[in-house]
Design a binder for this molecule. Structure first.
Ligand code: TYM
Length: 336
């Protein structure tokens, strides 16, 4: 059985970008494919410590799992949830892959450049984090890895490392699907990037200090509504999907499509030729407010005890699968 795998860092509250770009596509895929795929949802807690963690790590871990369930994830026999640091094979394989990756390719990662920008000193974890991500994926032979578009470069790295290792040491790793096929599997053409509401050239990010730039999943529906109403647009007075020239309006169309589970093309057609940006904002604001309301009420219902029981089961499974793959890699290197 093939595997679909993903994870979300838990450094702080999540944004609507995380939700629409990663959580929701994962949950929709999981519910659709949980009969014919393994669904691995893990908490990359070792990735979280590359930067400061807001609040308590343990609370954040449980919160992030609740996010999946509040988004509609149905647990079942093939759905496995686990914490990265409870499966030591991740760190072990990361080391092995460090000896396959080159300084050049790790330095080219956009996230590393962005996270290090303007800083006089950057920790090695930030540099190495895409290699750990490759280990997360390759240990489970995952074919599909639903993530936002900003992580596609890391998926390419995982493919390249797997290919290079296999070429040198024998067929050990399964390559994840190409990013184009990943996007198709998620039902989009090019991956999803929700934009900053104030600076729509940039992605919506939890680390942006400006409050009005991002919608947090903990925002009250009313607060979220106001943020959408004050989103930056343009002066063309023409509702059109054009990420280059009209990124603000295009972002709103994208949010409208994803919150209502509609094909983007349908939303674009509905609004084509309209000129009143206020009307579009009202509609998107109410879609987002409705989504947050139902998300937050489902979230409040989920029990911690049930999650800990699921983690225990999931970590037993994850250690079995990961250790078996690690052993294959160790044998290929004559470490075993
Ligand atoms: P992280 O925690 O930064 O982001 C979590 C997920 O949210 C997506 N995302 C967005 N999507 C669309 N628009 C946005 N504005 C936006 N902002 C964030 C990200 O693409 C991501 O899918 N390295 C990963 C975590 C990770 C992982 C893995 C994922 C570690 N190992 C293995 C998959 C498989 C990260 O830092 O994502």
């Amino acid at each position: 059985m093939k595997t679909i795998l993903t994870g979300l860092r838990v450094n702080s509250e999540l944004t609507l970008g995380n939700y629409l770009g990663a959580l929701l596509p994962m949950v929709r895929l999981a519910n659709q494919h949980s009969q014919d795929y393994n669904i691995n949802i893990f908490v990359p807690d070792l990735h979280s410590i590359i930067s400061d963690v807001d609040g308590d790590m343990q609370t954040n871990i449980i919160k992030s799992l609740k996010y999946y369930l509040a988004s509609g994830l149905e647990l079942g026999e093939n759905v496995h949830i686990y914490r990265q640091s409870y499966v030591p094979a991740h760190s072990e394989l990361c080391w092995i892959l460090n000896c396959t990756a080159t300084m050049g390719e790790a330095s080219r990662m956009t996230q590393y450049k962005e996270k290090g920008e303007g800083k006089s000193s950057v920790n090695v974890g930030i540099f190495d984090y895409p290699v750990l991500m490759a280990a997360d994926i390759l240990l489970y032979s995952a074919t599909y890895v639903p993530v936002g578009e900003d992580q596609f470069q890391h998926l390419e790295l995982a493919r390249n490392l797997a290919e290079r290792f296999n070429h040198k040491h024998g067929e050990v790793f399964t390559l994840p699907a190409k990013t184009r096929d990943q996007a198709k599997f998620m039902g989009t053409d090019e991956g999803i990037r929700i934009r900053d509401l104030q600076n729509p050239e940039k992605k919506m990010s939890k680390s942006t200090p400006a409050e009005n730039s991002k919608i947090m999943l903990s925002d009250t529906p009313e607060k979220a509504r106001k943020k959408i109403m004050s989103a930056t647009t343009d002066s063309f007075a023409n509702i059109k999907y054009d990420m280059i020239n009209q990124p603000g309006i295009s972002n709103l169309l994208q949010i409208e499509a994803l919150t209502n589970d509609l094909p983007l093309q349908d939303v674009i057609s509905t609004w084509a030729g309209e000129s009143k940006y206020g009307d579009l904002k009202q509609k998107v604001a109410s879609s987002v407010a409705t989504l947050l309301e139902s998300f937050q009420s489902r979230y409040a219902e989920i029990s911690d005890d049930m999650l800990y029981a699921e983690l225990k089961k999931g970590e037993k499974y994850a250690n079995e699968v990961a250790n078996a793959k690690l052993y294959e890699a160790q044998k290929a290197l004559h470490l075993r």
